[in-house]
Design a protein around this ligand. Structure first.
Ligand code: PLP
Length: 410
């Protein structure tokens, strides 16, 4: 008799965006011809940088000749891309990493979801709340999160609320946790931690033998000087943190699929029955070599081109476009009397619902009264109740039209 992994059955039935899709479809059927503006899902809309397109075309041509054909590549990624990453993302920030500490992947969702495999299932874990749902759901699947309570919280997860009341700066947990997920700049709130605030987390982790899983998918959107781009800007972080990066939001790779994970050699974790400390780099390498056969050569050539002078300029122009959207939205919503957060170092606007109404009710109001689609904050965790997320990844004209509608409505 084959038995299912029953932890999967604890997960609420549908994926967040399918609930939203159902509501939007109902609206469309009952209001045919209405011009809906979608500022909900966190996918980009601008095309890939020409430098990436050209590099991928060249790579495709190489694949068509026996002399330049590429089959299986290294599971950890090609040296040409790893070298470009080290030289551009870390060396200029004074961070020394070796090539074997970088693992190229098919995007940050995969590795943030898989990383728990190299850590015992009964480690305790903490997350900031609200949060990218992958961190919790992937832990539910292996039994690490416990059971879902009526308050929307998993019994074995320590939640660290981030709300307007604490300026979206999480408190250190009052009981120790083995693993902590941090995402900065943050999805969904669009807020950041300064270097001195992030330092507290590194010191906490070092003092408590905690592993920080640091998701820096939005690093390229940082505008302010005192916000760290990498957790390794903080001394000691190589002994306590794994960092996830993605080319999805940086360079429009949501459909191409490429990112990377940094697992420093100095990072070790304990074993239950001996004094031995095991380097997590060794385990992650073993895991990747067994379960992952590399990101495609064509994709990695495309990613390498992000780091050429033309690539950098093109990618920057696209990010500037989204961040101008963010500015328009922030200012438009503020002018209309809403309280808004984020949007300065991240492409997300986190707005407080007016008059204390709940997230879903405000979602419905925006949908039916101004025909704008957002994402209810509560879907990112209990502390997201009373907020709504809008993304700056849309077309300029849609952002402007949405703001005009909302200002008129308010
Ligand atoms: C979009 C996003 C990612 C990136 O996912 P990919 O799999 O690289 O496309 C990772 N973390 C967060 C928080 C995100 O919002």
């Amino acid at each position: 008799m084959a038995l299912v992994n029953e932890h999967f059955l604890k997960l609420p039935g549908s994926y967040l965006f399918s609930d939203i899709a159902k509501k939007v479809n109902t609206f469309k059927v009952t209001h045919p011809g209405t011009n809906l503006i979608r500022l909900g899902i966190g996918d980009v809309t601008r095309p890939l940088a020409p430098a990436c397109i050209e590099a991928m075309h060249r790579a495709v041509d190489e694949m068509s000749h026996a002399e330049t054909f590429h089959g299986y590549g290294p599971e950890q990624g090609y040296d040409f891309l790893i070298e470009a990453i080290l030289k551009n993302d870390f060396t200029p920030r004074g961070i020394a990493l070796s090539p074997s500490e970088i693992f190229i992947n098919d995007g940050a969702k995969s590795d943030t979801g898989y990383i728990g495999e190299i850590l015992r299932w009964d480690n305790s874990m903490g997350v900031t709340d609200p949060i990218y749902p992958v961190y919790i759901d992937s832990n539910v699947m292996c039994g690490r999160a416990g059971d879902l309570g009526p308050d929307g919280k998993w019994s074995d997860v320590t939640y660290l609320p981030c709300t307007a009341e604490n300026n979206f700066i999480p408190q250190l947990p009052d009981r120790r946790v083995d693993l902590i997920y941090l995402c900065y700049p943050n999805n969904p709130t669009g807020t950041t931690l300064t270097k001195s605030e992030l330092k507290k987390w590194v010191y906490y982790a070092l003092a408590n033998d905690t592993v920080i899983l640091f998701d820096a998918a939005y690093e390229a959107y940082i505008r302010e000087d005192n916000v760290p781009h990498s957790i390794y800007e903080i001394k000691g972080a190589k002994r306590c943190a794994i960092e996830f990066r993605s080319f999805s939001k940086t360079a429009g790779f949501t459909g191409v699929r490429c990112g990377y994970t940094v697992v420093p050699k100095e990072l070790t974790a304990a074993t239950l029955d001996s004094d031995e400390r095991v380097p997590l780099n060794r385990l992650w390498n073993r895991r990747q070599c067994t379960k992952f056969n590399g990101t495609s050569y064509i994709t990695q050539r495309g990613a390498e081109a992000i780091y050429t002078p033309e690539g950098k300029a093109q990618v920057k122009a696209t990010i500037d476009y989204y961040m101008e959207n963010a500015r328009i939205m922030r200012e438009g919503l503020s002018a209309a009397g809403f309280k808004v957060y984020g949007g300065v170092n991240a492409p997300y606007i986190w707005m407080k619902t007016p008059d204390g109404i709940d997230s879903w009710r405000f979602f419905d109001q925006l949908l039916y009264e101004v025909n704008v689609v957002g994402t209810p904050g509560v879907e990112f965790g209990p502390s997201g109740e009373g907020y709504l997320r809008l993304t700056a990844f849309g077309q300029r004209k849609d952002c402007e039209a949405a703001m005009a509608r909302i200002e008129k409505w308010a």
